[in-house]
Design a protein around this ligand. Sequence first.
Ligand SMILES: Cc1cc2nc3c(=O)[nH]c(=O)nc-3n(C[C@H](O)[C@H](O)[C@H](O)COP(=O)(O)OP(=O)(O)OC[C@H]3O[C@@H](n4cnc5c(N)ncnc54)[C@H](O)[C@@H]3O)c2cc1C
Length: 463
Amino acid sequence: MIGGGPAGYTAAIRGAEYGLKVALIDSSPKLGGTCLHVGCIPTKTLLFNAEIWDHLKHAAEYGITGIGAPALDWSAVLTRKNAIIAKHVKGLEFLMKKHKIAVFSGFGRLTGPANGGVHTVDVDANGAKSTVKAKHVIVATGSEAKLLPGLKADATILTNVEVLSLDAPPKSLVVIGAGAVGVEFASIFRSFGTEVTILEFLPRVVPLEDEEISKELARVFRKRGIDVNTGAKVEKVEKTDGGVRVSYIDANGKAQVKEAEKVLVAVGRAGRTENIGLEKTKVELERGLIKVGEAQETAEPGVFAIGDIVAGLPQLAHVGAMSGMVAMAKIAGRKYRPVRRERIPSCTYTEPQIGSVGLTEAQAKEKGYEVKVGKFPFAGNSKATIVGSHDGFVKIVADAKYGEVLGVHIIGPQATEMIAEAVAVMELEGTVEEMMFAIHAHPTLSEAMLDGYAAVEGIAINA
Ligand SMILES: Cc1cc2nc3c(=O)[nH]c(=O)nc-3n(C[C@H](O)[C@H](O)[C@H](O)COP(=O)(O)OP(=O)(O)OC[C@H]3O[C@@H](n4cnc5c(N)ncnc54)[C@H](O)[C@@H]3O)c2cc1C
C-alpha cells in the first residue's frame, strides 16, 4: 500500500482482516492523510466550535443567562482541534499494531511492472533507501490543493493547509471557489465574525448539488452576511500592505476588486500521481487521475488505485475507504460490490448543512426519467423548531412510473446525518410508497423525510 490516508489505512486493515500480509508506506510520519490532518476532521471540529458559538450568541433565547459576553479563545480552539487529530493518529497506530501491518515511513515509488508476479516498491526515508516486494500494490497517494496559476501558498494566500493554523480568524477573507471546501471555511469564519466574500466561477455555489440546494445555500449565506458572488472570474490576486487584492470580472462582465486580509484558494484538488513510478507501468491517467475498473484495478496487472487519486469518483474520504475495501476484497478473492457513483452520499457541513445522494432533478430528467418531485420545508418540522433551525428542506426525486427513489437532497439541520437513511433506501431500491409507510419517530428531524416522501404524492401532513 502506498499512502496511509483514509483510503490506504482502511484497505490495509481490511487486507489484514482477510488474512493477507500487508505493508503500508506513508511519506508522512503520521498516518491519516489529508482527511485527518488538514481535511475532514479539523474542519468538522472547527464547524462544531462555530455551531456552539452561534448558539451562545442566542443564549438568552434558550434561557441561559449570567454567562456575560462570550469571548473566543482561538488558541484553545486550535489546541482542541490538534488534540483530536493527535488522538486519532494514536488510534491508527494502535490499529496498525493490532492488525500486524508493517508500516514504512518514507516516499514510495513503483519500480515498474511485476517481475515474475512480484512488484517492487522503493521506499526513500530522507535518503535511507529500502524496498518492499508484494504480489499486489495499491496506490493511495491522495491529492493536494490546486492553486491558481502564478500563486504560491503562504501566510496570506491560503489553501486548506495554512487556513487551519491561522493565529486568529481574519478580519476579512475572500474565498475563491464555492465547492464543499470553500463554503465550509466561509461558514466557519463567518460564524467567528470574519467578513467573508465568496467568488465562484460557475453560476451557482456547491455546483454539483441539486440547483434548488445551491439557491437555498446562497440565500441563507447572504442572510448570514456572506457576500456571495457567482459567475465571477478571478483575474488577479495581488499582495497589498494589509493583505490581498483580488480582481475579478463579475457575472455582468464588469471588472471588480475586493480587498481582504487573506484569500483562501479552494478551486479543486490535484491527484498525487507524479514521481511515483507510474510512467514505468501501463497505468493510464485521465486529467492527472488514475483510470480504474470495477474492482479499482488499473491497466497494469497487480496494481490497484483507490481514493482521491482515482478518476471518475468524487474526492471524499468515504469513497476512498470503500474503494479500498473493494480493492482488498478483489485481491483476497472475496465478494465485493463496485463503488457506484449514484449511491455515494455527499455531505457539506456548513450552516445550514447539506446531505445528498443520487440524481439531481436535472440529472434525472436528462437521463430520460419521467420525474416526480416532493419537497418538504423544515419550517413544518417540530424538531426543527425545538433546535431553532428552520431554514432548508428535504427534496425527493422519484421516478413517476415505478416510484423508485432516484435522489434525495437535504439542506438544513443534521442533513449530513439524515442522508444515511436515503443511502440505505437507494441501496435497497426503495420506492416512495414504501417510504411513505416507514415509521419515523416523533419528534425528529427525520420526520421531514417522511413528509418529503409523501410530498411526492402531494399529501405531506405538515405542510
Ligand atoms: C478542507 C477539506 C475538508 C474535507 N472534508 C471532507 C469531509 O468532511 N468528508 C469527506 O468525505 N471528505 C472530505 N475531504 C476529502 C478527504 O480529505 C479526501 O477525500 C481523503 O483524504 C482522500 O483520502 P486518500 O487516502 O485518497 O488521500 P489522502 O488523505 O490525501 O492521503 C494520502 C496519503 O498518502 C501519502 N503519500 C502521498 N504520496 C506518497 C508516496 N509517494 N509515498 C508514500 N506516501 C505517500 C500522504 O502522506 C498521505 O498520508 C476534505 C478535504 C479537504 C481538503
